[in-house]
Design a protein around this ligand. Structure first.
Ligand SMILES: Cc1cc2nc3c(=O)[nH]c(=O)nc-3n(C[C@H](O)[C@H](O)[C@H](O)COP(=O)(O)O)c2cc1C
Ligand SMILES: [Mn+2]
Length: 473
């Protein structure tokens, strides 16, 4: 397994999936190149070097895990697996993950350079303006925010380490955006602020991809993303206590900020292009971090992961579909052969071998319940590859009679980011939407009479590919 971001980049290079780009402008251009690359079938990872206006050594890495292959690599799963097989391998691995507490080490690569107090000037680092109408430069688009729950337990307290975007507002000020008050970072901040105390935190820009993945997972409060990342890697995350805050900071991190959020202090944050492909809101108040110290490695690499218009997404394997798949099994829904998400999580597909009438709907309702912001939930038979949108739409167009096999679930789980919820409704606190369930399965009562398919089965197609694939290259 790779040790840190640098080793991960080496592995990506060895797979032939890295492109080095010189001379790009952090204002719009780095974001634009990232978006175009992410929309291509080969979807390369990008290492921006010699960035316009900055010394050569300051680098930005984007599209890290946007392809299925690199998402698998980051999880320690064979990158040669087909996407659905890779997601299944992750679902199986996730079920039995062994939590690994971080290990405290005596030195840290990020201590190679330190800037403190009045010398802090964040303009030293290239912070892109990712999308045309963003409210400013965002140094953190895939950065991890580290905080300690002030209600300390015997083990020194719960450390939360998840992804919240970071906008730069001046020499030593950044904002941290919590999407809603239930985010663990928001809950912890509130606990300090309610006592009239500043909330200490560290921001890690350029972290281990396993931490990037852990930072996206919905883990319960009290559980540390560090332990989940250690579990992915099968080895503890090495941490070094921050010189000012004592917070455990990944020793191999590229660029680290340490500081605090002064009580009840905010600045207007955003707008920022969202993963739906829209701007969700105008600038809104967000907590302000006063950056007291910056640490960085030689030739530091910022990990950038801007939200982009679908189908581009931070992760080329739909991790939340793996959780849905796991939940279906845990709920007793048998014979699920696959789950996937398209349109950047906005559409969920479940494939299963129907055993009884109502089986498909049972799966659909569980999947719909767990589909954040997805308006479309589709169930297909076992012969349809849920990761292939063409196959899925073929099933929809040939097996689903709309007058019989569509259902609408109202007031279901969405978000303030949903572009289709009217602003006036959002102002009244509405963040739910409706979901359509499309049963694109052969109707169970006459499944035996359904016309047989003429195309190769998935297994037959694979056998042909194995024997004849080279001729077709
Ligand atoms: C690249 C990326 C950027 C994200 N940006 C934000 C953000 O700015 N604010 C936010 O609240 N959640 C953001 N998220 C989602 C959270 O990181 C995710 O829901 C996480 O589970 C929240 O962690 P928590 O449960 O510890 O609060 C982002 C996720 C990714 C992958
Ligand atoms: Mn958390």
């Amino acid at each position: 397994m790779y040790q840190d971001l640098r080793e991960f980049i080496e592995r990506v290079d060895a797979l032939g999936a890295l492109r080095r780009i010189e001379g790009a402008d952090p204002r719009h251009e780095i974001g634009g190149i990232t978006e175009v690359a992410a929309g291509r079938a080969d979807c390369p990872a990008l290492l921006f070097e010699a960035i316009k206006g900055f010394p050569r050594g300051y680098r930005i890495f984007t599209n890290a895990t946007v392809s299925p292959q690199r998402a698998a690599l980051a999880l320690g799963i064979d990158p040669a697996l087909r996407p659905l097989d890779a997601l299944k391998a992750w679902m199986e691995k996730r079920k039995t993950l062994q939590s690994r507490p971080p290990a405290v080490v005596k030195d840290a690569a990020f201590l190679q350079h330190t800037i403190k107090g009045n010398d802090v000037d964040l303009a030293k680092f290239p912070a892109p303006i990712w999308h045309r109408h963003d409210g400013g430069p965002f140094i953190g688009s895939g950065s991890i925010v580290i905080m300690r729950d002030p209600d300390r337990g015997d083990d020194g307290g719960w450390i939360n380490a998840s992804i919240y975007r970071i906008q730069v507002h001046g020499r030593n000020k950044v904002t941290v955006q919590f999407d809603h008050a239930g985010r663990h970072g928001a809950i912890i901040t509130r606990k300090y602020w309610d006592q009239g105390k500043p909330c200490p935190l560290a921001v890690v820009n350029g972290e281990d991809p396993a931490l990037f993945i852990a930072g996206f997972e919905y883990l319960p409060a009290g559980q540390s993303e560090y332990e989940f990342a250690g579990a992915i890697k099968g080895a503890p995350i090495e941490v070094y206590p921050g010189p000012l805050t004592g917070l455990p900071i990944p020793a191999h991190a590229e660029i680290v900020f340490e500081g605090h959020l002064p009580p009840d202090t905010t600045l207007p944050e955003g707008p920022f292009g969202e993963f739906t492909g829209y701007y969700a809101s105008e600038a809104r108040p967000a907590p302000v971090m006063e950056v007291a110290a910056v640490y960085y490695r030689d030739d530091p690499i910022l990990l950038g992961s801007p939200p982009m218009k679908p189908p581009r997404f931070h992760f080329g394997l739909p991790f939340r579909a793996a959780t849905i798949w796991q939940n279906l099994e845990a709920a007793g829904v048998t014979d699920v052969v696959g789950a996937w998400q398209h349109v950047s999580q906005l559409m969920t597909v479940v494939a299963l071998r129907q055993r009884y009438d109502g089986h498909a709907k049972r799966a659909a309702l569980v999947a719909a319940a767990h589909s954040y912001m997805a308006r479309i939930v589709v169930v297909v038979d076992e012969d349809v590859d849920p990761s292939n949108l063409n196959d899925v739409m073929w099933a929809v167009a040939t097996r689903c009679e709309p007058s019989e096999q569509l259902d609408i679930v109202r007031n279901a789980w969405s978000s303030a980011l949903d572009p289709r919820i009217p602003a006036a409704d959002k102002a009244r606190g509405i963040t739910s939407h409706s979901k359509v369930i499309i049963e694109a399965c052969r109707p169970f009562p006459w499944i035996g009479q359904f016309p047989p398919t003429s195309a190769l089965s998935l297994a037959e197609a694979r056998a042909v590919e194995e024997k004849w694939g080279d001729v077709l290259k």
